[in-house]
Design a protein around this ligand. Structure first.
Ligand code: CS2
Ligand code: MN
Length: 345
């Protein structure tokens, strides 16, 4: 197991110096953020994010994310050229020593929340999702852009995209995902890189857009559709865990046993109602997930991948990027490492 920390590249307010002082961190998870989605990443652009991490004494083997262009998700005639670019990026990442690529296949929006600074009783703030608030939001009328997304849209682009997705239902989106993977996974096999799909967050449809990576059946379908160890999952506990029907302990056991979990996002959520949740500290009793049981299931089923504390709260007066401040994620890393030490003893 390698404990990692997400680093938003040289522009991140949190420095590599700070990250390497977090106890137990082996490496960073990063990405090239300054190229338009769809363009192949140059070797120089990859080196610009990787070299400083290596020089700081951290490993740099996981990319989050190489975003998938909307034309690929839409399955338009423009997709083949964009998939070729994606494959070029995969080859270059493999050559540079990267082992895992986290990506998602959510139409238009990445993670979505109704509140980025939800005030908790202890005075910290966290990300929260309240279904009624979101139902009252009309993405065509509001400007939705969340810090932390790899991409954001102008209002006109957003309207155009939403319109085009009317033609794409869940089955069509599955076809488009499988078409993409059938081309990318063989390249990954040659390049020594594993793809790790991030589940939809939250794991249900929003704004009438299809969302398909929502639970055990979907992950099973994904693994079977292109049957390769390079076609894997980012087991994001908080994303899947915001639906109480998802049994994370059994999913962790099953997919680790099948060798399909190269990367884990560990965070806790507290379910506060139907389709409502808030993000808590990582500790089991803070939220609805049993971290010890989940990590034990991973360990006992041979998990040997990368893990990172996912979103933290903003604590101690820090005004960090929502979900991505330093302090609470550092506490999360310490807690998860402590659990792991006991489990792996
Ligand atoms: C991340 C996602 O901040 C987060 O919630 O887990 O944004 C994740 O990086 C993407 O969905 C992966 O493509
Ligand atoms: Mn995640």
């Amino acid at each position: 197991m390698q404990m990692t920390f997400r680093w938003y590249g040289p522009e991140d307010r949190i420095s590599l110096e700070e990250i390497r002082q977090v106890p137990y961190i082996d490496g960073v998870v990063t990405a090239v953020y300054d190229l338009p989605v769809g363009e192949a990443w140059s070797e120089a652009a990859i080196e610009r994010v990787q070299r400083p991490a290596l020089e700081a004494g951290l490993t740099c083997e996981v990319i989050e994310s190489v975003p998938v262009h909307e034309e690929i998700k839409l399955g338009s005639e423009k997709r083949d050229a964009l998939i070729d670019n994606y494959c070029t990026t995969v080859r270059r990442l493999g050559k540079a020593g990267f082992k895992v690529i986290c990506y998602n296949f959510m139409p238009v929006f990445d993670w979505l929340r109704s509140d980025l600074r939800h005030k908790r009783a202890d005075g910290s703030t966290c990300l929260a999702f309240d279904e009624q608030t979101v139902l009252n939001l009309d993405p065509a009328k509001t400007s939705l852009s969340l810090p932390g997304w790899d991409e954001s849209y102008t209002h006109a682009e957003l309207l155009g995209l939403l319109e085009r997705y009317r033609e794409v239902d869940e089955e069509k989106l599955w076809d488009n995902l499988i078409y993409f993977l059938q081309r990318v996974i063989p390249v990954c096999e040659e390049a020594g890189v594993k793809m790790a799909i991030h589940p939809d967050d939250p794991p249900w449809g929003i704004f009438g857009l299809p969302r398909i990576i929502t639970g055990r059946e979907a992950l099973d379908r994904l693994c079977r559709a292109v049957d390769s160890p390079c076609n894997g999952i980012t087991l994001c506990l908080g994303s899947l865990g915001s639906n109480p029907a998802n049994d994370l302990t059994s999913m962790a056991a099953e997919f680790a046993r099948r060798d399909r979990i190269p990367f884990v996002h560990a965070r806790n959520v507290k379910i506060t109602g139907k389709n409502c949740f808030e993000e808590t500290g990582h500790l089991s009793r803070e939220g609805s997930l049993d971290m010890r049981a989940i990590l034990t299931a991973l360990y006992e089923n041979g998990f040997d991948g990368y893990i990172r504390p996912d979103h933290g709260r903003n604590i101690w007066g820090e005004d960090g990027r929502p979900g991505y401040g330093l302090y609470d994620r550092a506490l999360g890393a310490a807690y998860l490492s402590g659990l792991w030490e006991v489990i792996a003893r």
